[in-house]
Each structure stands twice: as C-alpha cells, then as structure tokens.
Design a protein around this ligand. Structure first.
Ligand code: C2E
Ligand code: CA
Ligand code: CA
Length: 561
C-alpha cells in the first residue's frame, strides 16, 4: 500500500491528480488530500507517508516554503512539487530545498506520475542510506566520529543557550585487543555489537551513543542536573558491560574504563572536553579498569596520558628504569621459602617508584608489554640463577605473564633462548597467568602452555577467584598450581562465604594434584585458617612485602637455620 498525500488547493486539480494516481496504482493506493499546507502537515504528522505531492502555488503561501517542514515531519517520504507552469528557477530551488522532483500538471500522465513517485522513493532511500553511512558506524549502528563532533557542537550551543550542563563520557574496553588477537576479528566484532547494544540501553532518547573507532565509545548526556545522575549512568554502563557475553561458544567477560567530563562545570572551553574525558578515562585504566573517573583539574599534567606513556615506557626500557622486587612464597609446614614472585617496579626520574597497576594495563594495550615482559623474564631468570648458585634450597622465581605475551610470537622459543642464556634450570621458573585472560581457551593457547610445560617450566593460574573462577581452566590447562586471589583471603576467617569458596578451591586443588598458594596473607589468623584447611603455601605482608633482591637474602637463609 502506498500512502500518498496531495497538498492542493484547487479542487479540480486535486481530482485530476487523484484520478491519475488511481489509474496507475489501482488498489495499492491510500490517498490523503489537504487543501492547505497547514492541514497537510497535520496529516503528515499523523500518518506515515510514502510520498508527498506538493502544489507550488497554494492560496495563502508558496509550497516551497513548506518543504523543510514536511521533511522534518516525514523524513522518509520524498516530496514531489506540482506546478501549473514550467519554471526552471523554481524547480531548481525546490530541489535545493530537498524536493525530489518537479512536475508540470499539464504534461502529467498517469504512468509518468506513478513512475516519478517510484523513482523519487528510490532516490530518497538511496540518499538516506548514504547519509546514514556517512554518519553512523556500520558495525554497531551508533553515531560515528563525524556525527559525534556535530552533535557535540550543537549540544555545547544548547548548553550555552539554555544554561544547562552536559556530560561527555569516554568508554574504552579493557583488554579488548587480547580478545581480538586470540578469538579473531569476527568474535571481536560480535562483542563490539553487544557493547553498543548495552550502551544504548543505558542512555535516554536525547543522549547520543557514539563509536569513536576500535573499542572506543563515547556518550553525550544532555540536560544533566547533578554529578550523581551521571555517576548513576556510569555505574549502569559498568554493570551492564560486566555481564558475560556469549560469542561463538566462548563466555567472554569484558569490562570498560570510563572517563567523564562535564560541560561547563569542569571547563568552559569546549575545545578541552575531549582531552579531559580522555585523561579521566586514562586514570580509570590506571586504576585497573572496570571503573569510572570524573575529570579533575590537573589530571592531564599529573597523569601519564596516553600519547606520552608509550614514549615514556620505551625510554624507561632503554634507560633501565625498570626493576624487580621479590616477594617470598612460604611453606608454613616446612617453614621454608619455596619461591619468590618477581613484581615489576618503575623507577620514574620525576615521579619516583611507580606501581605496575599504573602502567601495565596501558602497556598491554599499546603492545609495550612485549618488550617489557621480555625484560622481566630475563632479569628474573638471571636473579634465580644467582640464587641457584648461592645454593639456596629454593631458587624458584615466579614471573607474571600478560596474555599478550602468550598470544604473541613464539613464547616457547623466547623462553628456550632465555633459559639457555641464563643457564637456569627450567624447574626454577614459574609463570603466573591471570585467570581473566585465560577465558580464551583456544587450541593455540593450550598448545603454547603444553610446550612450556614440556620444557619443565611450572604454570600457575593467578588471582583465582577474583573474577570468574572457572573450574574449567583447571581441567583444560596443564597447570601446576593455583594462586588464591587476595580478595578471598582478606576477610578470612570472618566471611563465611569467602571461607566456603576458599575451602572448595583448596580441596579441589588438592584433589587435582595442584599446589594452592594463598596470596595477600596479612594476619596470623588468616595464616592459621589456611594451614588448618589444607593450604600451607602463603604469600603476603604477614611474611614479607615485595623487596629488592638483595634484601630478600635473609629470608632464603632463614630457611636453612
Ligand atoms: P599480582 O600478580 O596479584 O601480585 C600481587 C600483588 O599483591 C602485588 O602488587 C603485591 O605487592 C601485592 N601484595 C603482596 N602481598 C600483599 C598483602 O599482604 N596485602 C596486600 N594488600 N597486597 C599484597 P604489585 O606489586 O603492585 O603488583 C600488582 C600487579 O601488577 C600484579 O598483581 C600483577 O598482576 C601485575 N604485575 C606485576 N609485575 C608484573 C610483570 O612483571 N608482568 C606483568 N604482566 N604483570 C605484572
Ligand atoms: Ca602474580
Ligand atoms: Ca595475584
């Protein structure tokens, strides 16, 4: 059914056009007619129309003047101007205003008119498609960067005019690159679509959701009344994002980092909006991701912003600003140190000692984790060899491995070379793999881990229980042990819930022949609880904080006495 509106003040002309339409379209036509533009607009508002035929000379007005309004009311319907006389100039002006065609009533036949309508509809559709492509991201359907800038400018103008405020929220997914690298682009795309869908659920009609590119999104929240309102939306986004996504049989867990700035409260300069949201987002990343940060003055200069960080990390590597601290892993029963975990530190020339949580997430995103991680492996192996030569009962070192290191290049070959070069017994090298990364249970990952295992290297799953504690990993990966996450230990023995999980993991670990190491043990009570429940290897401030290598010697020696 074609719903067509004719705006025509001359009754004879109206009957004539209606007859032509009926002849050409027979019973496919629903015909509406209005004698004035105003009544036409009313009809257009109420009915979804497929085409509008608009007389050029209406009694009170020029049809031309109404083109824009008709387009606004009925954006999908092409407008065809009808005129009693041939007038090139008028025709051109009509097209410029958005009309699709210009027909002379005296020359119209039924076939000609119906064909003109069909073509106009086709052209309209094509134009809309092109406009859509130019303004929207084809994968997610969200506004693209170009449209975002346009909307941002008009939103700023609206704030200035109406004395209102708006929030600009940047969202960057955490560890998206790892998912893309391991599961492939198709899975990555599906994940991005889901993220976009969830983002849309968090915002109102008047807000704009944008995909800026890659795994970067933005949201414009208009007419905000308080910071709390924005925080509520940010929380909702984080919550929705954190729900697992099923992509090609993989349960993926993705989180995001949000950076928020409010115009004009943070700065009255709209030019600074993007940089502020970006700086805040980077702060959220530095906090370990899965959180939001509001922009605060000075963030840009105090923080390590995205562009300079990569340069800084590269320099740090060349200038040997990285160092390792070591934290003992202690066996409560034998009262011996059974290993040392190497923990990365960055001795920044101006900022002092920087914690790995402040730069490792970014290094993982920008790829710098590969050379940095390689440096860690070399340095830790060298140190272990030194302890081996000292004749300490255990010279084992544990090194944290980022997922990107597992999935990039040939990790087994690199480790072969490092072990050969340092002459370290592979049995003295432990690798800690973060649980949240192992969700990518691909054949390739398993194969790499098997190769490492075959070399004699020990493999541990780190932070177990922090996120999704999937018991499946324990079966599918060739592991030697599990490290219970600090968050589970923290409230022992008071939290019955945590205690139940800890008990279950310990007994499962024991049943599977896996060593269970408890991390973040700070109190005697925690140590006692763990030992009495079958977990005797502990790590944490209760034994010792991470220390420079030369300050750990007494702990190795303590063992022998
Ligand atoms: P992680 O592997 O879970 O390391 C344990 C973290 O807990 C360390 O933080 C350590 O200092 C801290 N810790 C130890 N005992 C206690 C305790 O009793 N109580 C509390 N509250 N905390 C304790 P750190 O050194 O800041 O390292 C943070 C994270 O950075 C590490 O978490 C690890 O995921 C990552 N990381 C450190 N070094 C490297 C590295 O060389 N490569 C990679 N890829 N990641 C690293
Ligand atoms: Ca670790
Ligand atoms: Ca850990």
């Amino acid at each position: 059914m074609l719903k067509i509106l004719l705006v025509e003040d001359n009754p004879e002309d109206a009957t004539f056009v209606q007859r032509l339409l009926h002849e050409g379209l027979h019973n496919q036509l629903t015909f509406h007619q209005a004698p004035t533009a105003q009544q036409g607009l009313e009809l257009a508002k109420q009915n979804p129309l497929q085409a509008i035929l608009l007389d050029v000379n209406l009694q009170q007005a020029l049809g031309l003047d109404y083109i824009t309004q008709f387009i606004e009311y009925c954006p999908g319907a092409p407008i065809i101007m009808l005129s009693g006389i041939e007038n090139e100039e008028l025709a051109l002006e009509a097209v410029k205003k958005g009309a699709q065609d210009y027909l002379i009533k005296g020359q119209m036949t039924s076939r000609g008119l119906c064909r003109a309508i069909r073509y106009a509809m086709e052209r309209q559709r094509a134009t809309q498609r092109i406009t859509h492509l130019a303004h929207y991201d084809h994968l997610t359907g969200l506004a693209n960067r170009g449209l975002f800038y346009e909307r941002l400018n008009s939103a700023v103008a609206r704030c200035n005019r109406n004395d209102t405020a708006m929030a600009l929220v940047f969202l960057d997914l955490d560890h998206f690159k790892t998912i893309n690298d391991t599961l492939g682009h198709e899975s990555g795309d599906m994940l991005l679509k889901t993220v976009a869908h969830r983002l849309k659920q968090c915002i109102r009609e008047i807000d704009t959701g944008v995909r800026l590119g890659g795994d970067e999104f933005a949201v414009l929240l208009e007419q905000i009344l308080s910071v709390e309102d924005v925080a509520t939306v940010a929380n909702r986004i984080l919550q929705l994002l954190a729900q697992p996504v099923l992509v090609q049989h993989h349960q993926l867990h993705v989180t995001g980092s949000l950076g928020i700035t409010i115009y004009p409260w943070d700065s009255a300069n709209p030019q600074e909006l993007l940089a502020h949201a970006d700086a805040a987002m980077y702060r959220a990343k530095a906090q370990g991701g899965n959180n939001y940060q509001f922009y605060t003055a000075g963030m840009k200069t105090a923080g390590l912003d995205r562009t300079t960080l990569e340069v800084e990390l590269r320099r740090a590597l060349n200038k040997q600003e990285f160092l390792l601290h070591y934290q003992p892993q202690y066996d409560l029963r034998t009262k011996q140190v059974v290993g040392m975990e190497a923990l990365l530190r960055w001795h920044h020339p101006y900022q002092g000692l920087i914690n790995p949580k402040q730069f490792i997430p970014q290094a993982e995103e920008n790829g710098m984790i590969l050379p940095i991680g390689e440096w860690v492996l070399r340095a830790a192996s060298k140190q272990a060899k030194y302890w081996e030569k000292q004749g300490f009962p255990s010279a084992q070192v544990a090194v944290n491995l980022s997922a990107r290191q597992i999935h990039h290049g040939n990790l087994p070959a690199l480790l072969q070379e490092i072990l050969k070069h340092s002459h370290l017994d592979p049995e003295n090298l432990k690798l800690e793999l973060t649980e949240t990364f192992l969700i990518h249970e691909t054949e390739e990952t398993i194969q790499t881990l098997r190769e490492l295992k075959a070399m004699g290297i020990h493999l541990y799953i780190d932070d177990f229980g922090a996120g999704y504690a999937s018991l499946r990993y324990l079966k599918s990966f060739p592991l030697d042990g599990i490290k219970l996450d600090q968050s589970l230990i923290q409230n022992l023995p008071y939290s019955t819930n945590d205690a139940a999980i800890v008990d279950a993991v310990i007994s499962l670990g024991n049943a599977l022949g896996l060593q269970v190491i408890a991390e973040g043990v700070e109190t005697t009570e925690q140590a006692q609880y763990l030992e009495s429940h079958g977990c005797n290897i502990i790590q944490g401030y209760w034994i010792s904080p991470p220390l420079p290598a030369n300050e750990t010697t007494h702990m190795h020696l303590m063992v022998q006495s």
